[in-house]
Design a protein around this ligand. Structure first.
Ligand SMILES: Cc1cc2nc3c(=O)[nH]c(=O)nc-3n(C[C@H](O)[C@H](O)[C@H](O)COP(=O)(O)O)c2cc1C
Length: 328
């Protein structure tokens, strides 16, 4: 790994990364979870086009203290059976240690390779109930929850966490990172903003400082930097500047669905028009014509081409049949 600031170091995104037990990350770039965007249709399109090296799911809420029944677990895991060859990291969100541990154990029993705990979601609905990024306020609680899950499942299954830089200040990055590492997390995905910064711009040097601090605080535990990686050059610059072990790409995937693959292979070309269309074509083929389905597809066009684009404007003005005819 290059050390922070080592300008001439090379970084091999293709190098696999061995985590606990059965989980080896196939490379140093992953698709970060996107709740609401990663529908079954989205996942199937991504898998069919071989755009992702592993499944990293959006969060599943452990909701209070009840543990999901077998049928609910199988229903949640079904979309990922399309490509059983890809490792599966299943994300949970919750604030009750017993419930998180029992739910993690339930999913681990059905063969997931890793459990990821979401301590990063800044959404008001999530944080108002004390979940997601709200938990960053207490490193002790992060320790307790991560430790409970680590103890509850086989060492064969990885336990990782998704973090932000803090609740309303980045002043406790070290404590937060140390808490989850000491509790047994073997991989960290670190979004550099605090929860209250939501998705607002943060100075570029501050972004580097925060991710470098997380990577350094984690000791030997690999940290994947996350936030605003939108092309291969940006991915490379981030690992060089921060010493992080890899990158997680979220929204950048939507404007270039080949981005994770490109980072992994070193192909620096941006997505071609044909490639963008190919992905959208698969999405619309699997999207139902309900209002919700239509809105979801429009959101995908918007993220691919931008809110001001002619493509989005035309798509928004089209009736469902015309929309389908245009993109199929
Ligand atoms: C629509 C949407 C849904 C998201 N859902 C999740 C989620 O379920 N779990 C999670 O850990 N992060 C979630 N995130 C956060 C992203 O994974 C990522 O951390 C964040 O967008 C910053 O990375 P980016 O700048 O590359 O998008 C979501 C983000 C968006 C925009």
């Amino acid at each position: 790994m290059p050390s922070p600031g080592s300008a001439n170091a090379t970084f091999d995104f293709r190098a696999p990364l061995r985590l606990s037990g059965r989980l080896t990350l196939p490379g140093r770039a992953v698709l970060s979870p996107l709740q609401g965007v990663m529908t079954r249709t989205f996942m199937q399109a991504a898998a069919r086009l071989d755009l992702i090296p592993l499944w990293f799911t959006p969060f599943f809420s452990t909701g209070g203290v009840s543990v999901p029944k077998r049928a609910a677990i199988l229903r949640k895991l079904a979309p990922y059976c399309l490509r059983p060859d890809l490792p599966l990291v299943f994300q949970l969100i919750g604030r009750d240690a017993r419930s998180l541990a029992a739910t993690a154990a339930g999913f681990a029993e059905y063969g997931v390779h890793g459990i990821n705990l979401n301590f990063a979601c800044p959404s008001k609905t999530v944080t108002a109930s004390g979940n997601g990024a709200y938990l960053l306020r207490s490193p002790e609680t992060l320790f307790e929850l991560t430790h409970a899950v680590r103890e509850a499942i086989s060492p064969d299954v990885s336990v990782s966490v998704k973090l932000r830089a803090g609740w309303d200040s980045p002043g406790s990055i070290r404590e937060i990172v140390r808490a989850v590492c000491d509790a047994g997390a073997d991989w960290i995905v670190f979004h550099y903003r605090t929860a209250t910064e939501a998705y607002r711009p943060v100075d570029a040097s501050e972004r580097v400082r925060r991710i470098a601090c997380a990577a350094e605080s984690a000791g030997g535990v690999p940290v994947f930097g996350n936030g605003d990686v939108v092309d291969c050059a940006g991915a490379e610059a981030l690992v060089r500047a921060t010493g992080c072990a890899g990158v997680a790409v979220g929204r950048g995937f939507l404007s270039d669905p080949w981005l994770v693959r490109r980072i992994l292979s070193g192909d620096r070309n941006p997505a071609s028009e044909a490639e963008k269309k190919e992905f959208l074509r698969l999405l619309i083929a699997g999207t139902d014509s309900t209002k919700r389905g239509r809105n979801w597809f429009l959101e995908c066009v918007k993220m691919t081409y931008g809110a001001e684009s002619a493509e989005f404007r035309e798509a928004r003005e089209s009736a469902w049949d015309a929309l389908r005819a245009r993109w199929s």
